[in-house]
Design a protein around this ligand. Structure first.
Ligand code: SAM
Ligand code: SF4
Length: 335
């Protein structure tokens, strides 16, 4: 990890070398945990960052120590100028990744390769076509499935993100783990998190403990290898003996991992957020368009970063709708 300047270092000494840029508020799916059924109010196009602005703002982050950029959204691949953005960012000295639902991924394989984007996080919450349609409100399972295999065959580092929901896909946990037997992938189970309009409730959450109980009962404790956590980890990783791939748990709700957080988020309309759970934002794009120096703004927003989940340091606080309802929907944050 590179050393960041004081601009990207918060008061707890955390270095924010990892920038997540949301390229779009739009999406070709409608996942019910991510966006309200009737969509979200969209920012007028003129107020979204252009390709050039994304590049110029990213350059300032890189100058201050960012060495990892992940493109996200909404769905980043719906952006018409995605290739241009990727091309520009590839000239910065950073590791590039993307989080995508993969529906359009086949159209961009050549570009990913050409511009050095190797790490692909792909959202797939179920292995069942019927359930996919329920959760995404779209009939696109086949495309997601084919593209996931295509990306693996083409040699990309593929991680699958699966948000778990009680009584919906919690019965697929072991199937997902079995999926790692012959594939060099990582499946990450994500605890369902509360955001504006996603009807979160504790009752729908499948916790880290519940996931591990299921996996242990099925595979046997002696067959589960506890892997060392990556630096700045979000996922606690495990492997089943003899399996090619691994699985992990992103337990932001029941067991957060804020101590080593190195992430800062830039929304499609150019606001930075110092935490996924924070409703406080700083408008970098507005200042950038006026020709102002945006570094003090970044520094200020990071200085305000709380130790844990935007101050929701207990489960009780996180459960309180007043604490998280003023935040954006996930689709406009960029996970
Ligand atoms: N469209 C892309 C995709 O689905 O991968 C990128 C954007 S999506 C907002 C990024 C990630 O956030 C996805 O893996 C998605 O599963 C996750 N996500 C969205 N809403 C969530 C929630 N309420 N709780 C947990 N994860 C969520
Ligand atoms: Fe779209 Fe990704 Fe949100 Fe699903 S999780 S609605 S694919 S942005």
């Amino acid at each position: 990890m590179s050393k960041t300047t004081e601009v990207l270092t918060d008061k707890f000494g955390r270095s924010h070398n990892y920038l997540r840029i949301s390229l779009s508020e739009k999406c070709n799916l409608r996942c019910n945990y991510c966006m309200p059924e009737h969509g979200v109010p969209l920012t007028p196009r003129s107020e979204l960052m252009t390709a050039e602005e994304i590049y110029e703002i990213a350059k300032i982050f890189v100058k201050n120590g960012v060495d990892k950029i992940r493109l996200t959204g909404g769905e980043p691949l719906v952006r018409k100028d995605f290739r241009e953005i990727l091309k520009k960012l590839s000239t910065l000295n950073v590791e590039l990744g993307i989080t995508t639902n993969a529906i359009l991924a086949d159209r961009f394989i050549i570009d990913f390769k050409k511009y050095g984007l190797k790490k692909i996080n792909l959202s797939l919450d179920t292995l069942d076509e019927r359930k996919f349609k329920v959760i995404t409100r779209r009939d696109q399972f086949k495309k997601a499935w084919e593209n996931m295999h295509l990306l693996i065959e083409e040699g990309f580092t593929v991680k699958i993100n699966a948000v778990l929901m009680k009584y919906f896909n919690e019965d697929e946990i072991n199937d997902f783990v079995l999926f790692t037997r012959n594939l060099p992938i990582s499946v990450r189970f994500i605890e369902f998190m509360p955001f504006d309009g996603n009807r979160w409730s504790r009752d729908k959450l499948v916790s880290q403990d519940e996931i591990m109980t299921q996996v242990t009962e099925f595979f046997g404790e002696e067959n589960i290898i506890d892997l060392e956590n990556e630096a700045n980890f979000t996922s606690r990783d495990f492997k089943i003996k003899g399996f090619q791939g691994k699985f992990g748990i992103i337990s932001s709700v029941t067991n957060p991992f804020c101590d080593a957080c190195n992430r800062i988020r830039l929304t499609a309309n150019g606001r930075i957020k110092n935490c996924l759970f924070s409703n406080k934002e700083t408008n970098l794009l507005g200042a950038f368009r006026k020709g102002e120096n945006i570094e003090p703004l970044i520094e200020h927003r990071l200085f305000k970063k709380k130790a844990t989940r935007a101050g929701m340091d207990s489960f009780q606080k996180l459960q309180n709708p007043k604490k998280h309802n003023n935040n954006r929907s996930m689709i406009t944050i960029g996970g």
